[in-house]
Design a protein around this ligand. Structure first.
Ligand code: FAD
Length: 348
């Protein structure tokens, strides 16, 4: 195990901001992960687990302890009755895994095409897009429990999956390192065409689209919204959507409508009403393409704060605070950020 020092983290993230890791280890095997975690614990270094860096805002000061980059690779598959079971190592590129599953004609994650990051990052916030979430097809997650130093398998039902949430980013945050994720996909299954954007895309199609066409459609739609990483395009130098879509009680939604008139909405779990955060941001006065020096809002998506070049984490936090305050003042809604904030002295 090689421990590097003062490794710049900005290039390892999609936002391209943030200071260095005091110590940095890249682990390519389960035993390397265990050894790195043990080393950090023995030395009293705080540990941060890094995947593809696509959902992070890293502070300008960086991380004072060890950053452990999970680089385990490998995908296996086996037929299990009507399902195909895939096991993908945590360091595999997520979109590469989706491409592999689609090429094997297995349905269940095709709408999650084009999401950046690693396989290991996906259960953390229960990644979702265009009508699918990883929790729909994850069967179990293999983990290192940093509290005991033991490897263990956690079943889907014990992972606390919800909208952009799991036990990994809520009550057990920081406890587990994801090593491998198991999925049950449907061989020969039909793609999920439920989301309005996808239905529109295929409106003129005289036959049901294939999995491959669906994957291509999702990637094309994402490209048009700068939600696909294109090197050199500053509209996708971001952490994707910066705020979660708020879920309101029917009463809170009525109050919002009384204040704002007609507001787009869609039904959520437990009779809640979900409101697009992008609508709130735009209607609070933050238009697509807004620029504030080195930061701004994507020209193609109101929900993405972007680094136009040379931004600091402080610049990003400042724009985030301004948006949250204005949305609160205008609509009485406290927007919750989606990315993970790393290395900040106080809660962001
Ligand atoms: C352009 C763009 C579009 C995006 N679109 C979407 C979208 O449509 N839907 C969506 O849900 N998200 C989206 N995201 C957010 C992001 O891509 C996902 O959350 C992704 O799953 C993060 O994975 P990662 O490997 O990059 O994790 P990182 O960003 O490196 O880490 C995120 C969190 O996961 C933890 N983590 C990562 N790997 C492990 C591991 N192996 N074990 C334990 N903890 C780990 C980290 O500690 C951190 O807390 C988008 C981001 C961008 C930049």
């Amino acid at each position: 195990m090689q421990i590097q020092q003062q490794v710049s983290l900005a290039p390892l993230t999609t936002f391209k901001v943030g200071g260095p890791a005091r110590y940095f280890v890249e682990a390519a095997s389960e035993e390397d992960v265990r050894a790195a975690v043990a080393e950090a614990q023995t030395r009293g270094w705080p540990l941060f687990v890094l995947g593809g860096g696509s959902n992070l805002v890293i502070s300008d000061a960086g991380w004072p302890g060890m950053v452990l980059k999970v680089a385990l690779t490998g995908i296996t598959e086996r037929r299990d009755g009507a399902r195909m079971r895939f096991e993908a190592a945590a360091g595999e590129d997520w979109d590469g895994f989706v491409a592999h599953a689609v090429a094997r004609d297995c349905a269940g994650i095709e709408c999650l095409s084009g999401i950046p990051g690693t396989v290991g990052g996906t259960p953390v916030q229960n990644v979702g897009a265009y009508g699918q979430e990883v929790s729909d097809t994850i069967t179990s997650v293999r983990l290192l429990d940093t509290a005991s130093g033991e490897f263990r398998e956690l079943e889907n039902a014990d992972s606390g999956f919800a909208y952009r949430a799991s036990i990994f980013n809520t009550r057990e945050r920081g406890r587990y390192v994801v090593l491998r994720v198991s999925f049950a996909l449907a061989p020969g299954g039909a793609p999920r065409i439920e989301y309005a954007d996808l239905k529109r895309y295929f409106a003129d199609c005289s036959r049901p689209p294939t999995l491959r066409e669906t994957r291509e459609a999702v990637r094309a739609i994402r490209l048009s919204k700068a939600m696909l990483i294109v090197p050199g395009d500053d509209d996708c130098r971001s952490a994707g959507s910066f705020f979660k879509n708020p879920a309101l009680s029917p009463e809170a939604f009525r109050q919002l409508q009384a204040r704002a008139g007609q507001v787009p909405n869609f039904p959520a779990r437990d009779r809640m009403v979900k409101v697009p955060a992008a609508w709130l941001v735009e209607h609070a006065g933050f238009a697509k393409g807004l620029t504030r020096g080195p930061v701004g809002i994507s020209r193609k998506h109101a929900l993405a704060i972007v680094n136009r070049g040379g931004a600091t984490a402080a610049d990003i936090i400042s724009l985030k605070n301004e948006i949250q305050q204005r949305v609160l003042d205008e609509f009485g809604i406290q927007l919750q950020p989606e990315p993970v904030f790393v290395g900040f002295d106080k809660p962001v």
